[in-house]
Design a binder for this molecule. Structure first.
Ligand code: GLU
Length: 300
């Protein structure tokens, strides 16, 4: 596996078309588009890496996987009263569908759905209490306490996230937000601003492999989260990712992708340049190459 990861990293280093680094969060626009990292974590805890696998990056929407795990753990099926389980076919920050469908977001991975999940797990607590609990969960999953929130990134998003403010106010107007939009988005911007490197993220994703030695949540919830990663994890690029990679994955606009190989491995890939759907351009190519080489797919 070391050889194939090395080959992928070398091939990605010479790619000219690297996508576009997100600039709607100004702090993210400063990241060097030439960086590329990949890490594979096995259920045993062994990790295999290549490239910039130890450089921290902003996990952004990959955080939605962890908050969903917490939400399902706490509320169970009740969560689905407030958020759906269908692909949206629209951009991650789209407002259109939310208005048309009465304020129940399509799924927990589009921004509107993730904001509802954050509101649900925030309940009556202070945002800082929720964030401390989220960090405890992520650190325990990764087996690494050196995982933190980059407050500059959170602030940078808060000052520029006009669409997320619109979504939160729409949710409130439609009675699908218990807390004040400021409290919920305060927590949401900070969860998105968690920084991890590929090794930490791959290790943190092991609870989704479904192997007994990495279990952290119920088998049922592992299945549901993987199903949602497959159908909704790459927004309006989810079908394309499913065809090219054939594995559940969740992207973030920081350029990270968490890929789950059920029963076998958890993979984290990072390349900051994004495609038109807001998913890592080279990250997707690298995931496709790795899956093909290893014969990893859930479809055959
Ligand atoms: N913090 C970003 C937002 O809410 C996350 C989007 C993403 O990573 O896809 O717009």
């Amino acid at each position: 596996m070391e050889v194939i990861l090395g080959e992928i990293a070398t091939a990605m280093a010479s790619e000219a078309d690297r996508g576009r680094v997100a600039d709607f969060i100004p702090e993210l626009a400063r990241v060097d588009p030439k960086l590329f990292g990949i890490a594979v974590a096995l259920p045993t805890g062994q990790t295999i890496t290549s490239g910039d696998a130890r450089v921290p990056f902003s996990i952004q929407s990959i955080s939605k996987v962890f908050t969903l795990a917490m939400g399902l753990g706490r509320l169970g099926d009740e969560l689905w009263m407030r958020v759906g389980r269908e692909p949206s076919g629209l951009a991650f920050n789209s407002i259109l569908q939310l208005e048309q469908e009465g304020g129940r977001p399509r799924n927990p991975f589009v921004n509107a759905g993730a904001i509802v999940v954050t509101d649900a797990i925030l309940a009556a607590n202070q945002p800082r209490e929720l964030l401390a609990e989220l960090l405890r969960f992520v650190r325990a999953a990764a087996g690494d306490d050196d995982i933190h929130i980059n407050k500059r990134v959170a602030k940078s998003e808060a000052n520029n996230a006009h669409r997320n403010w619109a979504l939160a106010h729409m949710l409130k107007a439609r009675n699908n937000l218990r807390n004040d939009p400021h409290r919920v988005l305060g927590a949401y911007f900070h969860q998105c601003a968690i920084e991890m490197n590929c090794v930490q993220l791959a290790c943190a994703g092991r609870f989704l492999i479904g192997a007994p030695e990495t279990a952290l949540i119920s088998v049922e919830n592992v299945r549901h989260i993987n199903a949602l990663m497959m159908t909704c994890g790459h927004y309006d690029g989810s079908g394309e990712f499913a065809c090219r990679v054939g594995l559940p994955g969740k992207s973030g606009v920081g350029g990270g992708i968490l890929v789950v190989v059920p029963g076998r491995a958890s993979v984290a890939i990072w390349s900051p340049g994004l495609n038109d759907q807001g998913n890592s351009a080279l990250g997707t190519t690298a995931a496709e190459r790795l899956a093909r080489h290893m014969g990893w797919t859930v479809f055959s």
